[in-house]
Design a protein around this ligand. Structure first.
Ligand code: ZN
Length: 394
């Protein structure tokens, strides 16, 4: 079916992500054209679809800002390299914007491949940006420097994921980190982009100390540092809560396994609740899925027993659990996958339901918060929970 140019969603509870009440939403082409108490379509208008939104909630399309879109993993040798993201992996999960990253493997996974994948996902209908580099410092850039990657390549908006406090990291020093973030900042300033650095935090004993030291001893502001996996153990989580209260931004990873949780990982829904109870400003918290990353499981002898793959589906599952199991208000829980990543990664057309912004919308069943409809850039990608647009090889 041809995408109608004009669509009206009637009588829908709008969470923008702040609650706006019951409204009608008009989308025209790729944009949100109006949000009003009542919008009545002229009966004769050609190519117009009216969607009944009674019993539904409209949320901004979700932003998953840490996904191994070209596949990741590989830490269990070659056969453990994980597969690429497919279009419907994102859309069925309500994700309409992804930020792609490499990961541990910056050798067999390349920036060229990452850019091509980002462009492919855009052609298929969702929005995609990427970060330059991988776990290693110095960053292996696509062009001659971090600054020029960010300034010259439209898809590149920052650096990452760079590993610290991890046995797989390149053991960067405080000075290495300061220079890298400074380059990202200047590249971002000159191109109007975020210029942030996404840091993979491991289980290492140094925790966030390297980042805190750079912030203490430089002019670099907090918003250029995005440390992720902060919920991976209780000690790092506790350090993260204090860091966020002091002004930092923290990211929690939603893909998990029963074994990880058993070993002390803090479930994302619980982590959000604790942060709010301890007066962390909600705008400083994001969730990401670490989608297509590997989730290795080991037995008591430390031998690899299984390897799962992270999914974008875990992203909204964690948001829903925060609402249903932890009593976090829906508008607060939605922020961590909409308005917050949009602000942090400087994506001004994303993360909100507002006139003039991109028509990226998720319609949820109000009763159980299940995903019913997903629209990306004004096009319906998921209808009644089923992907109606598929990638070319799905
Ligand atoms: Zn990571």
């Amino acid at each position: 079916m041809e995408t109608p140019m004009i669509r009206i969603i009637k009588h829908v509870e709008v969470y923008a992500p702040e609650y706006l009440g019951k409204k009608d939403i008009l989308t025209a082409g790729e944009q949100i054209a109006a949000i009003e108490d009542q919008i009545d379509p002229p009966a004769s208008f050609p190519s117009l679809e009216v969607v009944e939104g009674e019993g539904l909630i409209a949320a901004p399309g979700f932003i998953d800002s840490h996904v191994h879109v070209t596949g990741g993993g590989g830490e269990g040798s070659y056969k453990s390299r994980t597969p690429e993201m497919k279009l419907s992996d994102a859309t069925r999960a309500g994700v309409t914007t992804v930020i792609g990253v490499l990961g541990t493997d910056g050798m067999t996974r390349s920036m060229e491949n990452l850019i091509a994948k980002a462009r492919g996902l855009r052609e298929e209908g969702i929005s995609c940006w990427i970060l330059t580099g991988s776990y290693q410092v110095p960053i292996r850039t696509l062009t001659k420097s971090i600054e020029s990657d960010i300034i010259m390549i439209s898809e590149i908006i920052g650096v990452g994921e760079v590993a610290i406090s991890d046995h797989r990291s390149s053991q960067p020093t405080v000075e290495d980190i300061a220079k890298m973030v400074a380059a990202a900042r200047v590249g971002g300033m000159l191109s109007g982009k975020a210029g942030v650095v996404n840091f993979h935090l491991g289980d290492g004993k140094r925790g966030l100390s390297l980042i805190k030291e750079v912030i203490r001893n430089s002019e670099l502001p907090y918003h250029h540092f995005v440390p992720t996996h902060i919920n991976r153990n209780a000690k790092l989580f506790e350090e993260g809560v204090v860091y966020a209260r002091d002004g930092g931004f923290i990211d929690f990873t939603t893909s998990t396994t029963p074994q990880f949780l058993e070993e002390g990982e803090v479930k994302c829904s619980r982590a959000l609740k604790i942060c709010l109870d301890r007066e962390v400003p909600p705008e400083r918290i994001t969730f990401t899925s670490d989608g297509q990353g590997s989730l290795p499981e080991f037995n008591e002898n430390g031998e690899l027993t299984g390897l799962r793959v992270g999914t974008s589906e875990s992203l909204f599952t964690a948001v829903r659990e925060a609402v249903q199991e932890e009593d976090v208000p829906l508008e607060t829980a939605l922020r961590v996958v909409t308005a917050n990543p949009a602000a942090l990664y400087k994506l001004p057309r994303k993360g909100a339901i507002q006139t003039g912004l991109d028509a990226d919308l998720v319609l949820l069943n109000a009763e159980d918060l299940s995903i019913k409809t997903v629209m990306a850039m004004g096009k319906v990608m998921v209808r009644d929970g089923e992907a109606v647009v598929k990638g070319l090889f799905e």
